[in-house]
Structures are given as structure tokens and as C-alpha cells.
Design a protein around this ligand. Structure first.
Ligand code: ARG
Length: 574
């Protein structure tokens, strides 16, 4: 039983004692969730808001708090005091240390996991790159947020389906075929991959400015893809293979994997059914030759959702509707997340609303997990202006820079290459998941790679510091832990951070916000470093040493788990 549950039990019994038989009072199971953390440490460790009982008891919150405080006698666990309308709890420090350490150490790296999601499935549509385009830094957030959310939900017992909804449909692929056939060379494309495809695509646009009939040629080739022409399909699939081949090293560096690569083209033949269904349900109207679903703009603020263009072809939204139906039928998800930049907000709101209008109550389970923009040295990125940063280059630069720092700080480290990779990539991932996802991110090498302050290397370094302390303790184990040695403010703060970790994981899942874990881990590291400066770990008194070592071990496990959940490695030496 964790601390909150123990407190909940005490509170429940006190309520039952003071107000037997009253109606409308919370159950024991609800009370843990009602506990708050007081704004000042002097006000105790937890607070129970008594105004939540006022209505049922027809009493003022301070009177309720006073009555409950008088009824609580749980000295082992805590002292309870009335503070205004709150019942505040001051935990018994030794007991808190014992409970917390036992819980964390028993769970090991599974700390914070639960069976909350048993039997439930979450689909996560993320990364979702576009064919024939290089993987640039604009796709970092969706990739890392989605990857992290997958790990967080699995930690909580959910089944997840990671989907890379490839951008692999549209007239641009007809243009690319024309460009390849006119100016391209098979061996050249095979050797250079996506950059060569990009060159051909840019060339097409330059030439089309001079000769607009090229656009018709591009359209004609796209038509051939649609009709299943053998050559067109072969080239189209080849472009796709090349893109995935070139993207693989980046996914490998990041440790990212998907359960499905079904992208837009996969849903093209599943859009007829969407159109028919919309028609049967009387939702389609014709507007300037195109078919649209009216979304009651007056009320919703959304313009109609385009379903079929004038020429009868589908659009992005049509394929997304088909994809949502497919996912519901095949995965029976409880939630389907779309980790996509906030610029696409209207698109998601529109097609979610269409699904709602089709009468599917699970439309409420579709969630756009939006995030902000990424810039570099204060400049926003623009493919057109040539201010682009390719993800592979960013990761490799980070690894190189980390390698240089390691060379300087720990010249004797054995596995420098491996650690440089873990630290370099970790730094980029941490910077990406550090703040609330909706916040824009500016990339600055110096800040990202610093070993001080709130950075990936700082957190990883704290983990390595714990590992080092634990190595020194090897062979000295065996003594019983003296929990009273953890009564000082530094140790208590550290224990508090540890005890809150499971809630951070749940909150991160509830809010689709990995940064909650990043923050929890960072606070834990700060608290450990303060503790570490104040206390030697390997001291002579065996009971004290055992206590500090156990605390170090609990911290180490929790940092490692936290880092894992945000997609970072935890090197043992660095
Ligand atoms: N390929 C799109 C882009 O790069 C993102 C696709 C997101 N997923 C979706 N189901 N619409 O902008």
C-alpha cells in the first residue's frame, strides 16, 4: 500500500467515526485521488480538502477538518492538523522512508507501472513521414512524442499500436515519375536515394514554371498510379522503398519502431465506402462541383469538410476518415491518438466531427495530440528558403559533440562510442520533450548538450553518479537499513519526489504529455544531487550506509525508468 492509500484509509475511518451513516460521502477508493500537495512544505506533505464534504455534511470545511483531525490517531504514519478548511498531514519521516523505499525497490524498473490499461488498446499515429522527402527536424517531435506515449501507455498496461501513416498519395508522385523518366538515372537514384528524388522534384517545378504543360504530364502519371499501371506502380513503390530505406538509420538511432506502415495509399480503395456511407446518411452536399460535409459553421466555427474534389478524387481528410474506420474495426481502440503539429488542428477537428455526424460515438476517442514548432538558432525552418535541418545530421552532430565532451571529461571511459551515442541522442530527445508539447522549441547546441542545468546529459549524469556510488557499495551490503538516517530534509525531499513518480506517469498518459515525466525525472535528479552534496553515501555506520545506498538504488531505478519512458538511454558510466 503506498502512502496515499494508507492516508486514504486513515481519512476514511475518521470520516466514518465522526459522521457515521451520513450520505454522499466519498469512498475510500476516491479519497486518494482527492489528496492535494500543499503549496508550502511547512504546511505538510499532503492535504485533504474538506470543502468537498461540506455539502453532504452541511458543515463548514474548518469544522469538518477540526473534527477529523481530532479523530485521527496514526502516529506511526503521520500527524494530522487542521489548517483552515484543509486537513493537513505531516508524515512520520522514518515510516515514510521505509514505505517509499520498500515500494520503489520491490518494483525495480517496473516502478510506476500499473494494470490500469488491461484489455485496452491505444492507437498512436505518429512520425507519419512523407515519401520522397528527407526526414527533417520538423518530424522530430511527432516521432519522439509518439514513441514516448507508446512506452508510457504500455507501462500502464495498455496495448498500443504504433502507426506510421505514410504520406504516400497525391499528384506529386505523378510529377516525380515524370521527372525521373525525363531527367533521372536509375543507378543515380538508387545510390543517392531521397536527396536525388528531391533534386528531381525541384527540377520539375523549375521546368514547370517555364512550361506549364508539364503539370498535365504529372497528372497523367498520377492517373496511371491510380489505375494500377504496372510501370507507374513499380516506380511509385520504388520511391517508397527508397524513402523507408533512407529513414531507417534515423529510426534505428532513436530506437523507434512501428507496428504498421499503412499510410494514405493504403486507404485509397477504402474511401468508396466512406463516400457511400456519407451519401446514405444524407451528409454529403455538392458545393461548386465538389462533395462536402456541412459542419454547421454557425455553431462549430468550422467550414465544410471537403470529401471529393470536382474531378471525383479523394483528399487527405477522406483518407483519414477511412483510416479511422479501419482502425476502429481492426484494432478496436479505446483511444486513437494523432501526434501531429498544431497547424493541422482544423483538419483534425473537421474530420473528427464528420465521424461524429456519421453516428459513431467513438468519435470522442479520437484525439489530436498537437505540438508546437521547432526552430533552430532562433530562425524558423523553411524548406523553401533552404533553412532546413535534416534529422540524421542533427543526431550525428549531437553524437560527435557528445563524443568530444566525453573525450575531455572522461578520457578513460571504455565504451566512448556507445556512450557518445546515448548522450548525444539523449540530449536531442530531452530537449524535445522537456517542455509542454504545445510550446515552440528553439534548438541551440550549447544549451542542449550542457552537463549542467535542465538537460539530457545532466539527467544521465546523475544516473551514472548513482551507478558509481552503488559500485562502491558492492561487497558492503547486508546491514539492516536504519530508516531514521533518512529523516533530514534532503533525503525527505528525495523520497517525496520518488513517491510522486507513479502519479507523474499516470498524469503524462492522461494529458498525453511526456514532459510531465521529463520534469519529474529532472526534479528527482536535482533532489539527488543536493542530497549527494550533503551526505556521503559510503559511511562507516552500516545502518546509515545501507539507508543511503538503498535510497541511491531507488533513485537510480526510477531515473532509468523515467528516461526509458521518454525514449532515452541511461548509461552507467559517462
Ligand atoms: N504526413 C503528414 C505530415 O507530414 C502527417 C500525417 C499525420 N497523420 C494523419 N493521420 N493525418 O504532415
Amino acid at each position: 500500500m503506498d502512502t496515499k492509500q494508507s492516508l486514504a484509509k486513515v481519512i476514511f475511518e475518521a470520516i466514518d467515526n465522526c459522521f457515521p451513516g451520513a450520505d454522499g460521502l466519498p469512498q475510500e477508493a476516491d479519497i486518494a485521488g482527492m489528496l492535494e500537495i500543499p503549496p508550502e512544505k511547512e504546511m505538510g506533505d499532503y492535504a485533504f480538502p474538506c470543502f468537498k464534504l461540506s455539502r453532504a455534511l452541511r458543515m463548514g470545511p474548518p469544522q469538518i477538518a477540526a473534527a477529523l483531525a481530532g479523530a485521527i490517531d496514526a502516529g506511526e504514519l503521520c500527524q494530522a492538523k487542521q489548517l483552515g478548511g484543509y486537513l493537513n498531514f505531516f508524515l512520520n519521516r522514518d515510516n515514510f522512508a521505509e514505505k517509499t523505499l520498500n515500494t520503489v525497490l520491490a518494483a525495480g524498473e517496473g516502478y510506476g507501472s500499473s494494470d490500469l490499461g488491461d484489455g485496452k488498446t491505444v492507437c498512436i499515429d505518429y512520425s507519419s513521414i512523407n515519401i520522397a522527402k528527407r526526414f527533417h527536424i520538423g518530424h522530430l517531435s511527432t516521432t519522439m512524442l509518439g514513441h514516448s506515449l507508446g512506452r508510457i501507455f504500455r507501462h500502464l498496461g495498455y496495448k498500443t499500436v504504433g502507426i506510421n501513416h505514410l504520406g504516400d498519395w497525391g499528384t506529386q508522385f505523378g510529377k516525380l515519375i515524370y521527372a525521373f523518366k525525363t531527367w533521372g538515372e536509375e543507378s543515380e537514384v538508387e545510390a543517392k536515394g531521397v536527396p536525388e528524388l528531391t533534386r528531381l522534384y525541384v527540377k520539375f517545378h523549375e521546368e514547370a514554371e517555364k512550361d506549364p504543360t508539364l503539370d498535365d504530364e504529372g497528372r497523367a502519371w498520377f492517373k496511371k498510379i491510380e489505375q494500377g499501371d504496372e510501370e507507374a506502380l513499380r516506380l511509385f513503390n520504388w520511391f517508397k522503398d527508397l524513402t523507408l530505406r533512407d529513414t531507417k538509420p534515423v529510426y534505428d538511432l532513436l530506437g523507434v519502431e512501428f507496428d504498421s506502415y499503412n499510410g494514405e495509399s493504403f486507404y485509397v480503395d477504402k474511401t468508396d465506402r466512406v463516400v457511400n456511407e456519407l451519401r446514405e446518411k444524407n451528409l454529403l452536399t455538392i458545393s461548386e462541383g465538389a462533395s462536402v460535409v456541412d459542419l454547421d459553421e454557425e455553431e462549430s466555427g468550422m467550414p465544410p469538410c471537403l470529401i471529393l474534389k470536382k474531378d471525383g478524387t479523394t483528399i487527405y481528410a477522406t483518407r483519414d476518415i477511412a483510416a479511422a474506420l479501419y482502425r476502429k474495426e481492426n484494432y478496436n481502440f479505446d483511444k486513437c491518438l494523432y501526434v501531429v503539429a498544431y497547424q493541422q488542428d482544423l483538419h483534425f477537428r473537421q474530420f473528427f466531427k464528420v465521424i461524429d455526424k456519421m453516428g459513431y460515438d467513438w468519435a470522442k476517442d479520437l484525439v489530436h495530440v498537437a505540438f508546437g514548432m521547432i526552430s533552430y538558432d532562433g530562425q524558423s525552418l523553411s524548406t523553401r528558403k533552404g533553412h532546413v535541418l535534416f534529422l540524421e545530421d542533427v543526431l550525428n552532430t549531437a553524437i560527435e559533440k557528445a563524443r568530444a565532451i566525453i573525450e575531455e571529461k572522461s578520457p578513460n571511459l571504455e565504451n566512448k562510442d556507445e556512450v557518445a551515442k546515448q548522450v548525444g541522442i539523449g540530449a536531442v530527445v530531452y530537449a524535445d520533450l522537456q517542455n509542454g508539447r504545445i510550446k515552440d522549441i528553439d534548438f541551440n547546441w550549447e544549451r542542449v548538450l550542457s552537463f549542467e542545468g535542465e538537460t539530457g546529459p545532466y539527467v544521465q549524469y546523475t544516473h551514472a553518479r548513482c551507478c558509481s556510488a552503488l559500485r562502491k557499495a558492492e561487497g558492503l551490503e547486508g546491514a539492516a537499513i536504519d530508516y531514521s538516517a533518512l529523516g533530514d530534509d534532503y533525503a525527505q525531499e528525495l523520497l517525496r519526489q520518488l513517491s510522486r513518480f507513479p502519479d507523474a506517469v499516470k498524469e503524462a498518459a492522461n494529458r498525453y504529455e511526456p514532459s510531465i515525466i521529463t520534469r519529474a525525472v529532472t526534479e528527482l535528479c536535482k533532489a539527488y544531487n543536493k542530497f549527494y552534496y550533503e551526505n556521503r553515501i559510503i559511511v562507516d555506520e552500516a545502518g546509515v550506509r545501507a539507508a543511503r545506498v538503498a535510497l541511491t538504488k531507488a533513485v537510480k531505478n526510477t531515473i532509468k525508468t523515467g528516461l526509458y519512458l521518454i525514449g532515452m538511454e541511461a548509461p552507467e558510466r559517462m
